[in-house]
Structure formats: C-alpha cells, structure tokens
Design a protein around this ligand. Structure first.
Ligand code: FES
Length: 110
C-alpha cells in the first residue's frame, strides 16, 4: 500500500551534496540527493533529536548539526552505530513534482 503526497517540485529539490528540511503532510523530512535521485529520510536524529535536514553532507552521509553523528544517506544508518538508523521513504517524480510515500518508510540497515 502506498500513500504518496507532494513534497516539492523537482526544481526545488536539493542538488547532489545538499541537504534541507521540507515540510509536507504535517511532517518535516530530511531531503537530499544521492546518485542523482532524491532521498527522503526522517528528520529527527535518533541520538538526541537533532534536525538532520539542517546538517550537511559529507562523503554520502548526512551529518547531524548537533553532535555530528553521520548517517549513510542510502541506508539511513549511522556509520559508527549500525543500530542507530532513520527511516528512508519511498519517492517518485510525477510531472515535475517529487512525491514522498508516507506508507513506504523503511529502516534499510547497513
Ligand atoms: S542529536 Fe544528532 S548527533 Fe546528537
């Protein structure tokens, strides 16, 4: 089952090496781009709740702005702690709009 909702236009989505917060459907997501594809993760860091979308990208990892835990953007898991993960959401592009699937949020693991 899927529940896609609009997130942003393709033009507004972050470019490779960028990360940001985007609000949709009453939630805030951490949004970045990996290998050309938009990636949507939970925005709340599992360490102490830092806003991951306000962090930065280093070597394919989203770095939390509060204490610098680094999460692999592909898996959502912290590089130093494989059990500390954020969910990654299903994403699709429809007619120039990036949509996020609220039902297909997964802990992908390392
Ligand atoms: S809250 Fe994210 S590293 Fe501490």
């Amino acid at each position: 089952m899927s529940q896609f909702v609009p997130l942003c236009s393709v033009a507004e989505a972050p470019k490779e090496g960028e990360v940001c917060e985007i609000a949709a459907a009453g939630r805030v997501f951490c949004v970045t781009r990996v290998d050309g594809k938009v990636v949507v993760l939970d925005n709340v860091c599992p360490h102490r709740g830092g806003p991951l979308g306000q962090g930065l990208i280093e070597n394919g990892h989203v770095v939390c702005p509060w204490h610098a835990w680094a999460f692999n953007a592909k898996t959502g898991c912290a590089s130093h702690h494989p059990n500390a993960c954020v969910r990654r959401y299903g994403v699709r592009e429809v007619e120039g709009v990036v949509e996020v699937d609220l039902e297909q949020a997964k802990f992908l693991g390392n």
